[in-house]
Ligand binder design. Structure first.
Ligand SMILES: Cc1cc2nc3c(=O)[nH]c(=O)nc-3n(C[C@H](O)[C@H](O)[C@H](O)COP(=O)(O)OP(=O)(O)OC[C@H]3O[C@@H](n4cnc5c(N)ncnc54)[C@H](O)[C@@H]3O)c2cc1C
Length: 422
């Protein structure tokens, strides 16, 4: 028997889409290849530690996340707004002075850039916060580094702050990403907290999935092919629906739709168990030297005790790209960690090395805000990163808006065809 809508993929976009469709009273079947919801947002349990799959955080400003997620239930644990930057053999604190005005003298004296650079941060902030999100994505576009050059930022602050901080978001060491995507992310950091749910990032999709009725998500089922009136599963089963929404990652969507896959950026993440953390606070540590394999480091267990068993700490180290030799990467990371934290690093026990080659689509220009969703052909829709920039905000937005457009279309068809036939 045909359902109203099959949604392929239970990542954030598929979950948001299914929730909105069900709110409208439609019968929805979510088909998910994995054995859990969440797609790229995942948290693995290992020896009592919670390992978020890659360096992932929630920017609480995201308008769609605020609307769809119950932040209180996620028990969000914010990072310090700023970072500790490793430069010239020392860690220097960089602060968001709008939230910590008392840190202004320290900021003005810090070696991350010149005094003029720090004043230029005001101009960048004003620019990134001006207008609606749609306005921001309609601005003349260049790369982020061209924008920083254009605004007069010195090479010093670009190497010591902008590249390690923002390139770690885009997984692009040279920050050759769209200035629109860069300003969107700058706005997110400026207007909200950067946080982890107390129980790990997977709590985000789990919360959404828990609002769907039992059986609505079918796990361990991979869609092999799209059919005119439904989908064909890997094991040969056919499922029929009045409409299909492809909410997979860009690579899988490209295979299903027969189009070229998007270029992707990868990351590697190393996890260590330590008797104690190398610092006490909820800080993100950045490598401002431009040398060595480490991009950033954090201690999730400093934010929430659930990340590590009692009496232990979890240390997560993020690196650009996906190393072909994880052992060589680990020894290069350890050498840099020894330089940063000394002999204590010998007591850090490796828990895992994750290689994530398909972490994010590249965000080189042009990057545009998603157009109003429209079917590719009658009854076939796409949402998620094939139609929107990658991020928690855009995944939720594209899923919800695609559902709304589909509801409108089905509503019109229903009036003509007579919904009671279902
Ligand atoms: C390491 C990392 C760090 C990130 N950090 C951040 C961050 O800090 N902040 C932020 O905003 N964003 C971040 N992102 C981006 C954000 O997580 C993604 O943009 C978003 O989760 C994508 O959601 P999605 O639903 O579009 O796709 P996905 O999460 O990829 O979900 C797609 C789903 O489709 C399923 N699927 C694929 N093919 C099939 C098939 N044939 N049949 C059935 N199911 C299928 C997959 O199993 C998957 O569950 C990060 C991503 C990564 C990987």
């Amino acid at each position: 028997m045909a359902v109203d809508v099959i949604v392929i993929g239970a990542g954030l976009s598929g979950l948001a889409c299914a929730l909105r469709l069900r709110q409208a009273g439609l019968e929805v079947q979510l088909i998910e290849a994995a054995d859990r919801a969440g797609g790229r947002i995942a948290t693995d349990r290992r020896e009592g530690f919670l390992l978020d799959r890659g360096f992932q955080v929630l920017q609480t400003w995201y308008p769609r996340a605020r609307r769809l997620l119950d932040y209180a239930a996620l028990d969000l644990r914010p990072f310090y707004p700023g970072a500790l930057v490793r430069i010239d053999g020392r860690f220097h604190r960089v602060s968001d002075i709008w939230r910590h005005p008392g840190r202004l003298p320290e900021m003005l004296g810090s070696p991350i850039g010149t005094v003029a650079d720090k004043l230029r941060l005001l101009a960048l902030r004003r620019r990134a916060l001006r207008g609606s999100i749609a306005d921001l994505y309609a601005r003349p576009e260049m790369t982020a580094t061209q924008l920083l050059d254009h605004l007069g930022f010195s090479p010093r602050i670009q190497t010591r702050f902008f590249k390690p901080f923002f390139a770690g978001v885009f997984f692009e060491p040279d920050l050759a990403v769209s200035s629109r995507a860069f300003e969107f992310v700058f706005r997110a950091f400026a207007l909200g907290d950067t946080a982890l749910p107390a129980g790990g990032m997977a709590e985000i999709p789990s919360q959404l999935a828990s609002r769907l009725p039992p059986g609505c998500i079918r796990y361990g089922a991979r869609v092999e092919r799209l059919l005119a009136d439904g989908v064909l599963l890997e094991r040969g089963e056919r499922l029929a629906a009045r409409a299909i929404v492809v909410a997979t990652d860009g690579g899988a969507a490209a295979r299903l739709l027969g189009v070229a896959p998007p270029p992707l950026r990868g990351t590697s993440c190393l996890y260590f168990a330590a008797p104690e953390p190398p610092f006490a606070g909820p800080d993100l540590v950045l490598n401002g030297t431009g040398q060595g394999p480490i991009n950033s480091l954090l201690c999730p267990s400093n934010l929430s005790g659930a990340y590590a068993p009692a009496g232990q700490a979890l240390i997560t180290v993020n690196c650009f790209g996906t190393a072909s030799d994880p052992e060589a990467l680990e020894s290069a990371v350890r050498a840099q960690l020894r330089d940063w934290y000394g002999a204590v690093v010998a007591r850090w026990r490796p828990l895992a090395v994750y290689r994530l080659p398909a972490a994010l689509p590249a965000q080189a220009p042009p990057v545009t805000a998603p157009a109003r969703p429209a079917p590719l052909r009658e009854g076939l829709w796409v949402c998620g990163e094939s139609t929107a920039p990658p991020s928690i905000h855009w995944a939720l937005a594209s899923g919800t808006e695609t559902a709304e457009a589909l509801i409108e279309t089905l509503g019109i068809a229903t009036l003509g065809a007579g919904r009671s036939a279902d």
